[in-house]
Design a protein around this ligand. Structure first.
Ligand SMILES: C[S@@+](CC[C@H](N)C(=O)[O-])C[C@H]1O[C@@H](n2cnc3c(N)ncnc32)[C@H](O)[C@@H]1O
Length: 207
C-alpha cells in the first residue's frame, strides 16, 4: 500500500497518499491518537516543537494545535515527497511548516526547541546512525526540554499487526524501550515508558 525506499539516510516513504491511507486504516483514524501523543510530549502553549521524520505531518498538526498561535512547529523528513505533502496539508496551519532534512544532521541551532518528537521512525534510521540522531535531538533541545520517542508497543494490538504485516521485522526493532540506555548515554534524564492508547509505546526524557 505504501512504498519504502532504501536510502543512505534511512528507509524513506515516498508515496504519502498511500501511507496516509494505510495509517488511517491501521489506527482507525489518527486524530485522537496523535492528539494523545502530542499531549504526552508535554508541548504547551507558546512552545517551539520539532517533529522528526514527520511523514504526512499528522503529529506535527496535533502539536501545532497544542502550542497555539504563539508557538511554532517544524517537521522534518528525509523524503521530499513527504515534506511536500505535509506542507500542502498540515502546513496550512500558520504555525506549522515542514522541510527536508535527516534526523542524524538537523539544520537547527543548539538549544532552540522546547519539545522534540519522533514517532514510528527510529527503526527507519540506519542502526549505525541512531546514536547520532539521539545526539542531535539532545543538541537542539533547550536545557529542561522534553523528548518523546514512540513506536508500536510490541505486545499491543498494533505491535501484533506490525509483526503480521512485516514478517521480516524483528519485534525488538519496534520496542521503543530499547532506547532507554542510549538516551541515558546521550545525557537525557527522567526517562519514562508509557503506553498511549490504543497501543503506542512512548519513551519520554528530559534534557
Ligand atoms: C513510518 S513513517 C512515520 C511518519 C510519522 N512520524 C508518523 O507518525 O506517521 C517514517 C518516516 O521516516 C522518514 N525517514 C526515514 N529515515 C529518516 C531520516 N534519517 N531522517 C528523517 N526522516 C526519515 C520516512 O521518509 C518516513 O516518512
Amino acid at each position: 500500500m505504501f512504498r519504502i525506499e532504501q536510502d543512505t539516510q534511512g528507509l524513506l516513504i515516498t508515496n504519502p497518499r498511500g501511507y496516509s491511507m494505510f495509517t488511517r486504516l491501521f489506527f482507525g483514524g489518527r486524530r485522537r491518537h496523535d492528539a494523545r501523543v502530542a499531549a504526552a510530549s508535554g508541548a504547551c502553549t507558546g512552545h517551539r516543537a520539532l517533529d522528526i521524520a514527520s511523514g504526512t505531518g499528522t503529529v506535527a498538526a496535533a502539536l501545532a494545535d497544542r502550542v497555539g498561535p504563539t508557538g511554532e512547529v517544524v517537521g522534518i523528513d528525509a523524503a521530499r515527497e513527504m515534506v511536500d505533502y505535509a506542507n500542502a496539508h498540515a502546513g496550512r496551519r500558520p504555525n506549522c511548516r515542514f522541510q527536508q532534512a535527516a534526523a542524524q544532521s538537523l539544520p537547527f541551532e543548539d538549544a532552540s526547541f522546547d519539545v522534540v518528537t519522533c514517532t514510528f521512525a527510529m527503526h527507519h534510521i540506519p542502526d549505525t546512525d541512531r546514536a547520532a540522531a539521539l545526539a542531535e535531538m539532545f543538541r537542539i533541545l533547550k536545557p529542561g526540554g522534553r523528548l518523546l520517542l514512540a513506536d508500536m508497543a510490541p505486545t499491543g494490538l498494533h505491535g501484533h499487526l506490525t509483526k503480521l504485516l512485516s514478517r521480516h521485522m524483528d519485534p525488538a526493532e519496534i520496542d521503543i524501550r530499547r532506547y532507554r540506555e542510549p538516551l541515558q548515554a546521550t545525557g537525557f534524564g527522567q526517562i519514562t515508558y508509557a503506553v498511549v492508547p490504543p497501543s503506542t509505546g512512548t519513551l519520554t526524557a528530559v534534557r
